[in-house]
Design a binder for this molecule. Sequence first.
Ligand code: FO1
Length: 322
Amino acid sequence: MRIVVLAGGIGGARFLRGLKDALHNRADQAESQNSITVVGNTGDDITLFGLRVCPDLDTVMYTLGGGINEEQGWGRADETFSVREELIAYGMQPQWFGLGDRDVATHIVRSQMLAAGYPLSAITEALCDRWKPGVRLLPMTDDQVETHVVVADGAGRRAIHFQEWWVRHRAQIPAESFVSVGADTAEPAPGVLAAIEEADFVLFPPSNPVVSIGSILGIPGIREAVAAKTVVGVSPIIGGAPVRGMADACLRTIGVETSARAVAEHYGSDLLDGWLVDEADADTVVEGVEVRALPLYMSDPERTAAIARAAVDLAVELGEKS
Ligand code: FO1
């Protein structure tokens, strides 16, 4: 099976680990027939201290490559922070985004290759040569696209980088809107549209539907290509609350209720064919979308693999998009 997964950070990476397990144990397909192409969100990317940081690409790469800080879901395991401490000693700003020493090496490799003219897709492939994530990881675009947040508080109305809103302010300043800076002139990265067209189906993991999956779908050409395929998504909302992160703050900003049903309706039945919800939301009905309920907390690898298997099974059941 050829599967394309649109992924953001932590939730997407953990789902992908379960998907690899589910395919590995699947009897009806020779192992070699399976391929997973991940289209990763780059809207969270930020340049800090002259280094280009790609949080969602790195979270997928480290999680599937065995280098992730498991509790955090981002950054490296066994980290030290000497570089960070020295930067603070120099009074360098910002100090609200913690870069670990091992992680800095990734950003140095990426920044050096960017300066030499390599596109982000080639750089990501080179980094994955080391980490061997077992999936093909493509950035959604090679162009620079960043999510900025329009906020208004005592300091006045202004746009700040998504990371500043997310990490410094923990999404506590109400966001008026999200702006995907650069998206309107961005092109899908090489291989993205072809992978989607050649896929048997597309999966939306429980990533942030607004700033992760929404950002990917916002790259011209990607939403149309995905809409032509069978798409099965996994709800990131269980019982009216996000499983992790602050998806509710993002959904509120775009006027979408924090519920499994509302997120599916936000994606739209022109895009979404199947939707997995937790048993707490088993009464979810979405016009034009096949809804299935099962335990959705990715509490352990077996549970995560079961969720991924259910997504694959539903996609196969829904078959070729009519
Ligand atoms: N998240 C935090 O809450 N605090 C941090 O200091 C932080 C540093 C960081 C460094 C590298 C990286 O790849 C991710 C990092 N994150 C941090 C997480 C990041 O904000 C999120 O992974 C995504 O951008 C949101 O999905």
